[in-house]
Design a protein around this ligand. Structure first.
Ligand code: NI
Length: 157
């Protein structure tokens, strides 16, 4: 019931700009709960609402300690740089080399509409940037240098 279908790259929903959340109601809470459940089951690091066909600015990210809920998130500040492989639940089996900041601070609302700020490093910073891009209809393939080759994939990144 809580697991939602993850759309793949060809779906037009993944290429649209999402609208801000204005109603912090049970419908949003159900979406967040379902997205967290869907993320856990998928084994991924982050999931954005358009990936489950909802064109709203909602993201969940597994920081390694917990799954955080980001409603109407924006990047506050970034620093440093990391370069490496990145994947997406909407592009199973594909990985590309993407440059991202090494540290990213986001500002977002929680499920009740309260604003907060959160810092992420390394994989979490990469994930913040990747998921926020989804809210503007941007796939990692549009910002990557290139796909990893089969040989690179086989050798484990
Ligand atoms: Ni993705």
């Amino acid at each position: 019931m809580g697991i939602r279908k993850i759309l793949t790259d060809k779906d037009p929903a993944l290429h649209k700009t999402c609208k801000p959340v204005t109603d912090f109601n049970e419908r949003l809470w159900k979406l967040l709960d379902d997205m967290k459940e869907t993320l856990k089951e998928s084994g991924g690091v982050g999931l954005a609402a358009p990936q489950v066909g909802i064109l709203r600015r909602v993201v969940v990210v597994d920081t390694g300690e917990e799954i955080v809920e980001l409603v109407n998130p924006s990047l506050l500040e970034t620093s440093g740089e990391q370069y490496g492989p990145e994947g997406c639940l909407s592009l199973p089996g594909k990985y590309g080399l993407v440059k991202r900041p090494n540290v990213a601070s986001v500002r977002a609302q929680d499920r009740n509409g309260n604003w907060f700020a959160l810092d992420g490093e390394e994989l979490t910073a990469r994930c913040f940037c990747h998921e926020l891009d989804h809210l503007d209809g941007i796939m990692f393939t549009e910002v990557m240098d290139r796909f990893l080759t089969d040989e690179e994939l086989e050798s484990g990144e």
